[in-house]
Design a protein around this ligand. Structure first.
Ligand code: NAP
Length: 268
């Protein structure tokens, strides 16, 4: 990675560690790229923990791309299923090995196949809640434990990746998914207030229709192409566009922003 505007780097400084759950693909991967580019531009030493659960190859590719030859940006891939507490503990323990945690991109999430509400079964519901709610809560908990100025942390920023679905409810598609993102929104507002005086900001981004692999998991791989025309801007968004907002919320430019649910949906 190179930048003509790069500030003289200090590769010996202790890095600010940022954990990105689900960082190997889609919005998480785009965020890793954006954060790495910003760090090079500003001469800031960071370490990116790129979490994945099944696709190690993609996560390692993101790590390789993000890592800068001057040592300013380092990165490592860590496999962990965020729905399992032991995995979350191991993920954050791995982060502890690399420096001081100052950022969490609480991004990993799933959808399951599109279908009618009347066909929902408990196993599906439990999996949706386990990853999208329990996983997000556990990761936020681990981040707060480390960042809180009340317990010796340096403060930090948590960005939860919610969805416009939380407002729309996703009728005829995946109401369970939409509801899980509603829980993420509620956690964002409550946790932001709880930890505001401990140096931690907590915000959510709520993307609309974004071009990633997640739609294939819903059984509708060309969903963005098919539905993009219904968006006021006439298209789906890109993962990089969402990453821009996440990076801003992580940065000091957003120093007075907390408890915000920020829509990024092309006008919808
Ligand atoms: P994606 O391309 O399918 O990526 C999902 C990522 O989450 C993958 O890296 C995956 O890991 C990871 N993941 C899934 N389950 C996990 C688990 N149990 N533990 C750890 N990691 C797990 O999807 P995306 O579109 O970038 O989605 C990212 C976030 O944006 C999700 O929370 C999603 O709900 C939200 N979102 C997306 C859209 C959209 O239209 N794309 C809209 C609104 C909100 P592997 O790579 O190892 O499989």
């Amino acid at each position: 990675m190179t930048s003509s505007d790069a500030v003289a780097p200090d590769a010996t400084a202790e890095p600010n560690v940022i954990v990105i759950t689900g960082g190997g693909r889609g919005i998480g991967a785009a965020t890793a790229r954006r954060l790495a580019a910003d760090a090079v531009d500003t001469g800031t030493r960071i370490h990116l923990v790129v979490n994945y659960t099944s696709d190690e190859r993609s996560a390692q590719a993101v790590v390789d791309e993000a890592t800068s030859p001057d040592g300013l940006v380092t990165a490592g891939a860590v496999g962990a299923d965020i729905s399992a507490e032991a995995d979350v503990t191991r993920l954050f323990a791995a982060a502890d090995e690399t420096g001081r945690l100052t950022g969490l991109v609480n991004n990993a999430g799933i959808v399951q196949p599109i279908g009618p509400f009347v066909d929902l079964d408990p196993a599906r519901l439990e999996r949706t809640w386990a990853v999208n709610i329990t996983g997000a809560f556990l990761c936020a908990r681990e981040a707060v434990r480390r960042m809180s100025t009340a317990s010796g942390g340096a403060g930090g920023s948590i960005v939860n990746v919610s969805s416009r679905a939380a407002s729309f409810g996703s009728p005829n598609e995946f109401i369970d998914y939409a509801a899980s993102k509603g829980a993420v929104d509620t956690m964002t507002v409550g946790l932001a207030a709880e930890v505001a005086a401990r140096g931690i900001r907590v915000n959510a981004v709520r993307p609309g229709l974004i071009d990633t692999d997640i739609h294939a998991d819903a059984g509708y791989p060309d969903r963005v192409t098919a539905l993009g025309g219904n968006v006021p801007m006439g298209r789906g968004g890109t993962a990089a566009e969402v990453a821009n907002l996440i990076a801003w919320l992580l940065s000091d430019e957003a120093s007075y922003v907390t408890g915000a649910l920020m829509d990024i949906g092309g006008g919808r």
